[in-house]
Design a protein around this ligand. Structure first.
Ligand code: ADP
Ligand code: MG
Length: 677
């Protein structure tokens, strides 16, 4: 691999590591955000307001005006006309550089001022005689302390040393009209004047298309390789049992069509001798748990153990109760393993799991602590999988003594579009539950200003009077857990006063797991009528009789978070209401989030909008799960390139293994772990 070999030889400045730039390869793929055109000078007389331009001339006048907030005003004369340069803050060195009589070059945006055209804060340098640059000047993503000059120098060095042999066979490049990779990289770092700037900006330029194609190809290659690796592993065939059918027969409801479809897909995976790796996607309340229960029964009925891991103790506890109700009557032995257990109880539970005396272990992260080993784990289920990091998800699968790799089922209510899920989570099959159980009325969302809080409190009282229950979600304080606790306690005390006579409870993140569980049980049993809560109830909590939710300071919550919270109501037959209490003034972003929440009840639509607002990385929790697979490609824009990349990936794997290796080293260096989860 020629390109991999010669990258280490040149030390990249240490400071750049903060931008993730460690090798020449990193530098070459650190592509500009935009460009400055310093290749020509525009006569001042030809300037128009609104354009970016470079001018050169003599400083005729330079003066600092104003008291308090001082302004530096210079008059630049190039013989064709005069232009005002205006600086609202400046250094003594700039005063000297811009003194009357100096010749300077200024680059900036031209605007119409009170006394003719001007530039505000142009970048200025002394006018050195001689030539202008022959290429556009790149502006790179930078960081504090890492300036453009440092980046440009480092990248110029990398460009001078660049040797990137083609990884795509030449005949394919020709057939697909792909620009050679070296040419594409060089062009993007230093576009010649006259280049189609619009095409570069919207990334439809052939140079960008080549970058995107290479990245999509790397993704397709890694998908196929991960799939091949998985197919080479052996798992236990699960399926010869009637337990799942017996549960279905006793359920008080019929599965929806979407649940049946997802269940068929899962059952057919479990019947394979290779590990399943499937994501079950379904909006909050769509009924994923029962599908997971069916899968668990198939494994148990086939003589294997099952692990079910959830991100919070509240959620794990709820699964424990629900699954005990469903599975115990069928003879399944269920173990509970959470961090809050006494050490001796944990010990006993672990021993039971290791001895194969528990069929199903339900718990939190405690399940993947080193000391838990299953005797014969056949299926690992991870609920709210986006809450876990890649390593944690993989760890559960590795917790078995047997030689067989467990099947894995992940669940998520983050309703990402299916294609996006498959792209971001690499080797993953996806089942979607896109239908909610019958009889559910959509949750009615209301936007209410804080000034009408008293009416909202009265509404809570009414709801309780008719036998319903309510959630009251406290304002979110992201900066500090201590402040969050204080706010939660104050909100609780205030409401308990306002709702005197009602049974009001409080649950927050600082409560011990046992206390939390007790409060949740009281609420589920109807003994608590109004539950004041922090976002600990965001995930998975299921109390069908709760039909009213008030979210205080809703403007502080993210879109997905609001959607998750709102999903806690609308679980029973009664019409549910979610009141978003907000306080003016609203920022533009907050206004937009509230509007979308108000207008749309569908998770998929929310997800689409959220994706637009925040971008896929953050949305999918990429921060906790490693770098996203795609840096340059955008599925919507570049969809047309995918089929060719897919086809080429298959052909390269069959005929050009060395090229495959080189291509992956170039594009996915260090990100292989991501592919498995
Ligand atoms: P989620 O997908 O958010 O995890 P749950 O599995 O908690 O949703 O299901 C929400 C509620 O709907 C639960 O009370 C569950 O028992 C119930 N439920 C699931 N499937 C159906 C169905 N087909 N018909 C009626 N109720 C259902
Ligand atoms: Mg759930």
């Amino acid at each position: 691999m020629g390109d991999g070999a010669d990258t280490g030889a040149h030390a990249v400045p240490k400071a750049l590591a903060r931008l993730g730039l460690k090798t020449d390869q990193d530098l070459l793929l650190h592509l500009p955000l935009r460009y400055l055109d310093l290749t020509r000078l525009t006569p001042i007389a030809e300037l128009d307001a609104g354009i970016d331009a470079q001018v050169e001339g003599l400083i005729r006048r330079s003066e600092v005006s104003g008291r308090g907030r001082r302004t530096l005003i210079c008059e630049l004369d190039d013989g064709s006309a005069r232009l005002t340069l205006r600086f609202f803050h400046f250094y003594p060195s700039q005063l000297a550089q811009l003194a009357a009589g100096k010749r300077v070059r200024a680059y900036g945006n031209v605007r119409g001022g009170l006394f003719g055209l001007e530039m505000v804060h142009p970048s200025v340098r002394p006018a050195t005689p001689g030539r202008l640059p022959t290429a556009l000047t790149p502006v790179y993503p930078a960081a504090a302390g890492i300036g453009q000059a440092l980046l440009r120098r480092a990248i110029e060095g990398a460009l001078a040393r660049m040797h990137w042999p083609e990884t795509i066979p030449e005949d394919v490049c020709a057939r697909l009209g792909l620009m050679p990779i070296e040419q594409a990289i060089r062009l993007l770092h230093a576009p010649p004047p006259g280049v189609d700037a619009v095409a570069i900006e919207d990334r439809t330029h052939p140079a960008w298309q080549r970058i995107v194609f290479d990245e999509l190809l790397a993704q397709q290659l890694s998908l196929r390789m991960a799939r091949a690796q998985r197919d080479a592993m052996t798992s236990t065939v699960l399926g010869a049992t009637t337990l799942a059918e017996r549960l279905r027969a006793t359920l008080p409801f019929q599965l929806t069509g979407a649940q049946r479809r997802a269940w068929r897909e899962i059952a057919s995976d479990l019947a394979q001798a290779h590990p399943m790796n499937r994501l079950l996607l379904g909006d909050v309340g769509s009924g994923k748990t029962v599908v997971a229960a069916l899968a668990a029964l198939v494994a148990i009925g086939s003589g294997r153990q099952v692990a079910l891991m959830a991100p919070t103790e509240i959620l794990a506890e709820q699964h424990f109760r629900k699954l005990t109700g469903w599975l115990q009557p069928l003879g399944a032995r269920i173990a509970w393993l959470a961090g809050s257990l006494r050490e001796s109880d944990k010990q006993r539970t672990r021993q039971a799991i290791a001895a194969g005396e528990a069929d199903l272990a339900i718990g939190t992260h405690a399940l993947i602590e080193d000391v838990v080993d299953f005797e014969r784990l056949g299926l690992a289920i991870v609920d709210e999988q986006h809450r876990f990091g890649v390593a944690q998800r993989l760890a559960l699968r590795g917790r078995t003594a047997g030689a067989h790799v467990p099947h894995q089922l992940m669940m998520s209510a983050t309703p990402i579009p299916r294609t996006l899920a498959m792209t971001y989570y690499a080797d993953l099959d996806v089942s979607v539950i896109d239908e909610s159980p019958p009889g559910r009325l959509p949750v009615v969302t209301k936007l209410v200003s804080e000034s009408r809080r008293a009416e909202v409190v009265a509404r809570v009282r009414d709801a309780v009077a008719t036998g319903r229950q309510a959630y009251w979600v406290c304002p979110l304080i992201e900066e500090s857990e201590a402040l969050q606790l204080k706010t939660a306690t104050e909100t609780f005390e205030a409401l308990a006063g306002e709702l005197a006579g009602l049974r009001v409870g409080l649950v927050h993140g600082r409560l011990g797991p046992q206390e939390k569980a007790t409060v949740m049980q009281e609420f589920a049993a109807g003994r608590i009528q109004v539950l004041v809560a922090t976002t600990v109830i965001e995930v998975g909590v299921d109390v069908p009789n709760a039909s009213l939710m008030v979210i205080e300071h809703a403007e502080r919550f993210g879109l997905a978070q609001l959607h998750q919270l709102r999903g806690r109501v609308g679980r029973g037959a009664a019409e549910s209401v979610c009141v978003l209490l907000y306080r003016n003034p609203l920022s533009e972003g907050a206004r937009e989030r509230l509007r979308i929440s108000y207008e749309s009840g569908a998770g998929v639509e929310i997800a689409r909008r959220d994706l637009q607002l925040r971008g896929p990385g953050e949305f999918l929790g990429a921060r906790q799960s490693g770098e996203p697979l795609l840096r340059f490609a955008e599925l919507e824009r570049d969809a047309a390139l995918v089929p060719a990349a897919r086809e080429l990936a298959a052909a390269m794997l069959a005929h050009h293994p060395r090229r495959v290796e080189a291509h992956l080293a170039r594009w996915l260096a260090g990100r292989t772990e991501f592919l498995k989860a």
